[in-house]
Design a protein around this ligand. Structure first.
Ligand code: 6PG
Length: 253
């Protein structure tokens, strides 16, 4: 498989502006072709900066936001108003600032005392609202992802059983090192999306980025290395995260 394109930007703000433009372009293309843009949001600080950018001019004026259907790639097992909630972060930094109908925002119910039920219900929502590919996999137009220093994406953490799930689209996962439960999209859904944007900024991510870019083994060592999307995967990095990888400007690793 051809290496995914890598976009390297001087700093997190420039990265966010470039990712915002890519988001807008993908949204406009999907809306013009199919009248809707199905997108899954990520949690974390790097995605947060993208949301703040999208909620401001000129990007806020560039999309017919009423055509979005907004979902989440993962959620912490907390209430929607909890400081750790990905939904709360997206609401405060993006959703409250744009004319997206509240009925078009579909959060994962992390507060549920029965996360298996919450996962099943979200899975049923996805298969009801999204195009479904072969095998029944719901197909997003875009899934946004951050990258953890341990190579996790969404809430697909190293060593968790959820990495081996291939016949479900949403699952609960207990993350030992965080001593907490999460809900997450599974790899089949990530790998079936039309587009994946991986947003990585900061020197703290440089070690994992170098390790992934220097990969020579076939066997995946990190969850991020299990991404083999049918669609496109694009890395958006700042220079601090991309240092010593040889990636500069827009080029494959
Ligand atoms: C979450 C995210 C998680 C995040 C990465 C990167 O729920 O925290 O889904 O996958 O995107 O940990 O987060 P930062 O950009 O804050 O490093």
């Amino acid at each position: 498989m051809a290496s995914p394109p890598v976009h390297v930007h001087p700093d997190p703000a420039t990265l966010a502006r470039a990712a915002a433009q890519r988001f807008v372009n993908l949204a406009r293309s999907a809306i013009s072709r199919r009248g809707v843009f199905h997108v899954a949001l990520a949690g974390g600080n790097t995605p947060r900066r993208l949301y703040q950018t999208l909620a401001a001019p000129p990007w806020r004026e560039a999309v017919d936001w009423s055509c979005l259907q907004v979902f989440f790639g993962d959620e912490r097992a907390v209430a929607p108003d909890h400081p750790d909630s990905n939904y709360r972060m997206a609401r405060e930094n993006l959703l409250d600032h744009l004319p997206i109908p509240a009925t078009h925002v579909h959060r994962m119910k992390g507060e549920s005392p029965h996360l298996e039920t919450a996962a099943t219900e979200y899975e049923e929502l996805l298969t009801r609202m999204l195009p479904v590919a072969e095998g029944g996999v719901p197909c997003f137009d875009l899934i946004l992802l951050g990258l953890g220093t341990d190579g996790h994406i969404a809430s697909l953490f190293p060593g968790t059983p959820v990495l081996e799930i291939h016949d479900r689209w949403v699952a609960p996962v207990y993350v030992d090192k965080l001593r907490s439960w999460r809900l997450t999209l599974t790899l089949p859904v990530l790998n079936r999306a039309r587009h994946l944007l991986l947003l990585v900024a900061g020197a703290a991510k440089n070690a994992i980025v170098c390790d992934v870019f220097a990969r020579r083994e076939d066997a995946p060592r990190y969850p991020v290395e299990r991404l083999s999307p049918r669609g496109t995967l694009e890395w958006f990095l700042d220079e601090a995260a991309a240092a010593n990888t040889g990636a500069e400007g827009t080029r494959a690793p």
